[in-house]
Each structure stands twice: as C-alpha cells, then as structure tokens.
Design a protein around this ligand. Structure first.
Ligand code: GTP
Ligand code: MG
Length: 207
C-alpha cells in the first residue's frame, strides 16, 4: 500500500495573513487540489499540520474518497523536515509520496513513477534546475527510514532539508526523467508562495 503525505504546517508568511494551505484556488482549497491529484495513486492520505489548522483542512477534505488522517506537529514551526518526519510517522504504507500543500500542479503519473523508482531503495528524489536542487517535497520515501533519518538530522541540529537523504539509499531522479514522466514537465514542481503567484495559477485553473 502507498501513502500520500501532504505537508501543510508552514506559516505562509509570503502569502500574507491567510493560510495558503486552505486558500481558495479557483473554487477549491489548495490542499484539496493537491489531495485530488494524489488520489489516483495512493491508498490513504496523511495531512501534516498544526492543531489550529486542522478544522479548516478537515473541511477542505470533506468527502475525500480515501481514508484521511491528520499528523499534527507536536511542536510547531520546526521547519519542513520536521513536517515530513511527523507526516511519515502517521503513514501506514511502507512507501509514501510526500508533497508540499502548495504544489497544485503535481503530476500523478510522475509521482507513480517515483514509487517505481523508490522500490528496492529508501527514497526517490528529483533533482532539477540550475543548482541541481533536490525536490524533497515532491519525492517518495520509505516511510520509516526517512522518518528515522529526519530524527537523526534534527537531533544533530542539521536543518537543511537534504541532510536526511545522506543517511538513505536514495535514487536521484533526473530532469530528463521528469520531462519523460511528468505530463507537464517541470511545472509539476511549481509551488505557490505569494498572492501574485496564486493569482497567476488561478487563471490557469479557471481556464
Ligand atoms: N510542519 C511544518 N511544515 C512546514 C513548516 N514550514 C514550512 N512547512 C511546509 O513546507 C512546505 C514548503 O514551505 P514554504 O513554501 O516555505 O511554506 P511556508 O513556510 O508556509 O511559507 P513562507 O512562510 O512564505 O515560507 C509547505 O508545504 C509548508 O506548509 C514548519 O515549520 N512545519
Ligand atoms: Mg517557509
């Protein structure tokens, strides 16, 4: 069984005084768009968030066709790596697709390909762009192995989100593979941080 984990415990400071996780994106809360994209390729959904976000996220996921659980941050504002760890601890699948709540263009076929690539390893992580940036929040992990690696990284106060990878047997997924397996290519990684980016995406979804 495959889990989907959405990380949503950030403060959306670049977005303004609303929570981007549940902001209305052309009629649908952003996290719901992400959840709907995961739905064809996972068996359950885990949403990582703060306790104060839970009611709004629960509403946003009303009627979702798969089992949904919440993995709340016991300690808030510990960064995305802690969010990944907390989300993975709540996952029942051996492998989990971890995605940020602000990636509404994620391509399900590509995530499915990441599950394939991760099999027999502990992670499949795309690496794209000029600096060879690891897309750790659109990746597939062996849930226990990655959660343990995050624990270790947090314990040694290594906050960089790539740190836990170095403890894992991970597969690097190249830009060529992204182009081949994501229907929308690199747009699968597009994430929305500001109102301006949100507005631009809005017009995309309203056609
Ligand atoms: N659980 C948890 N998730 C986080 C935290 N910080 C960021 N995230 C998540 O990590 C992902 C990427 O983070 P950002 O794009 O920086 O989102 P953000 O931190 O909410 O927004 P900014 O305040 O504008 O940086 C999003 O899915 C966030 O919800 C955190 O401290 N805890
Ligand atoms: Mg942030």
């Amino acid at each position: 069984m495959h889990s989907g984990v959405i990380i949503a415990g950030g403060r959306s400071t670049r977005f303004g005084d609303a929570d981007k996780a549940v902001a209305d994106l052309a009629g649908t809360p952003m996290t719901r768009r992400v959840a709907d994209r995961l739905e064809p390729i996972v068996d359950e959904l885990v949403v990582n968030c703060r306790a104060d976000q839970r009611d709004a996220l629960d509403d946003a996921l009303d009627g979702y066709p798969l089992p949904v659980t919440f993995a709340e941050d016991p300690e808030t504002d510990q960064g995305p790596m802690a969010g990944i760890r907390n989300g993975l601890r709540g996952a029942s699948g051996e492998f989990a697709a971890v995605v940020a709540c602000d990636m509404p263009f994620l391509d399900p076929g590509f995530l499915d390909y990441l599950f394939e690539r991760a099999a027999g390893h502990e992670a499949a992580v795309p690496r794209v762009g000029e600096g060879g940036w690891f897309q750790t929040t659109q990746a597939v992990y062996h849930a226990d192995a990655m959660a343990d690696a995050c624990d270790d990284a947090l314990a040694r106060d290594a906050r960089k989100i790539i740190e836990p990878l170095f403890d894992l047997d991970y597969v690097v997924v190249t830009e060529d593979e992204v182009e081949e397996h994501a229907a929308n290519g690199l747009d699968t990684f597009e994430n929305l941080n500001t109102r301006e980016e949100f507005e631009a995406a809005q017009s995309h979804f309203s056609g």
